[in-house]
Write a protein that binds this ligand. Structure first.
Ligand code: ADP
Length: 449
């Protein structure tokens, strides 16, 4: 196992990783920008290094500073958390060249999955169901028309280099297609410096369902069931649950097994998430994230498995601690992402938290890096914390969640707590009856009143 891990991140995820390291007896190094001097992850780490000024590109994304911090402190591995450098193949490569272990997949796997067409090709080759569409990039109008006619309208045009939902356009007919192709191209070119696009069948009312996997890099792979992240605003997940209200045990095991076999065959090392759109009983691969996800705690709640422990183990070549047959899914878990934002307009609300009280009790977990008196800096994401609630079934989980949301106090800044207090009372949510467009429609309808 490692002696000392440097955590190249901030906020709740830096703390999350730090806790796992402490449990395994591994010393920790925090890095921070000048804006984060009084952050929790800095206070709780064994050592800390300031790596630059507030803007992320000068600190949390500054590879040279992070490598230097490893050398100064003698860290033998780096955990990247999520976001920042977690899916940067070059970062993984540079660390390995310095004999520092990147706690994540190989640079090659990060690279393959970071290219959407390559990822889709790889997925299809490994037996993962994909959305029908073009084989690769689409170059001209004639080819686009032929492919769209083959798939059938509506179709969606997506950027090969895409991310964050940008460069996507829907075409409902051949007349739409020409304009959609041009707009998607120019958006992609402007956003990613690469205007290659591809075409897929457009799914009207899908759910977002993703499968958690972990591979040991030596041909063993497991799945830890799925998460339903259909409640989204502008492609940002807001509420996640495990298991999905839409799947039964047979469907769960089937898709889980496909994913576990695929990563085993790839020789994938580390935790990963295979994301699908799910409609009318069919799964359609959209992408694979080669890192830990924000919403991983709902999986931990129903499996009892610490995913960061597993990441550390496989990175240290110590193998997985569990076999597929050891894993069971107990009860139901829901996560709410509580952001420092206006609950209606979602405008960021940085500033000082004057009062802070978190709920507790059986089945309750709060992952957060804030405290009363903490000043949320304006430079980074607006996540205050994640409330994760577990119950023996979905009904119990929802009752517990309602109670926890009443107990949670964040004063001094605006937070999205009131949004969750509304959602937890909603009939469709109570029934698990929602797709990826539900939340936007709900927000538009409640705004109108
Ligand atoms: P990005 O990497 O930009 O986030 P994704 O491929 O993950 O792009 O897609 C983001 C979102 O766009 C999906 O969660 C879904 O809401 C929508 N989307 C993507 N592909 C399709 C499709 N074929 N049909 C319908 N919606 C889609």
């Amino acid at each position: 196992m490692f002696n000392k891990v440097l955590i190249a991140n901030r906020g709740e995820i830096a703390l999350r990783v730090l806790r796992a390291c402490k449990e395994l007896g591994i010393a920790t190094v925090a890095v921070h920008s000048t804006a984060d001097e009084s952050a929790m992850h800095v206070k709780l780490a064994d050592e800390s290094v300031c790596i630059g000024p507030p803007p992320s590109r000068d600190s949390y994304l500054n590879i040279h500073q992070i490598v230097a911090a490893c050398e100064i402190t003698g860290a033998d591995a780096v955990h990247p958390g999520y976001g920042f450098l977690s899916e940067n193949a070059k970062f993984a490569e540079i660390l390995e060249a310095h004999n520092i272990t990147f706690i994540g997949p190989t640079a090659e796997h990060i690279h393959t999955m970071g290219d959407k067409i390559e990822a889709k090709r790889t997925a299809a080759r490994l037996g993962i169901p994909v959305v029908p569409g073009s084989e690769g990039g689409v170059s001209d109008e004639r080819e686009a028309k032929r492919i769209a006619a083959d798939i059938g309208y509506p179709v969606i045009i997506k950027a090969t280099a895409g991310g964050g939902g940008r460069g996507m356009k829907v075409a409902r007919s051949e007349a739409d297609l020409v304009v959609a192709l041009q707009t998607a191209r120019s958006e992609a070119g402007a956003a990613f410096g690469n205007d290659e696009v591809y075409i897929e069948k457009f799914l009207g009312k899908p759910r977002h369902i993703e499968v958690q996997v972990v591979g040991d890099g030596k041909g063993a792979g497991i799945h830890l069931g799925e998460r339903d992240c259909s409640l989204q605003r502008r492609h940002q997940k807001v509420w996640e649950e495990a298991n999905s209200p839409a799947l039964n045990a047979r469907q769960r095991n089937e898709i889980g097994e496909i994913c576990a076999n695929a990563i085993a065959e790839m020789g994938y090392r580390g935790a990963g998430t295979i994301e699908f759109l799910y409609e009318n009983g069919e799964f359609y691969f959209i992408e694979m994230n080669t890192r830990l996800q924000v919403e991983h705690p709902v999986t931990e709640a129903i499996t009892g498995i610490d995913l960061v422990h597993e990441q550390l183990r496989v990175a240290a070549q110590a193998g997985l601690s569990v076999r597929q047959s050891d894993i069971t899914f107990e009860g139901h878990a829901i996560e709410c992402r509580i952001n420092a934002e206006d609950p209606r307009t979602f405008m960021p609300s940085p500033g000082t938290i004057t009062h802070y009280h978190t709920p507790g009790g059986l089945g309750v977990r709060v992952d957060s890096g804030v405290y009363a008196g903490y000043k949320i800096p304006p430079y980074y994401d607006s996540l205050i914390g994640k409330l994760i609630v577990h119950g023996r079934n979905r009904v119990e989980c929802m009752m517990r969640l309602r109670r926890c949301l009443d107990e949670f106090v964040v004063d001094g800044i605006k937070s999205t707590l009131p949004l969750f207090q509304d959602l937890v009372q909603n009939h469709d949510i109570a029934n698990g009856d929602y797709d990826i467009h539900w939340l936007e429609k709900y927000l538009a309808a409640t705004d109108a009143h």
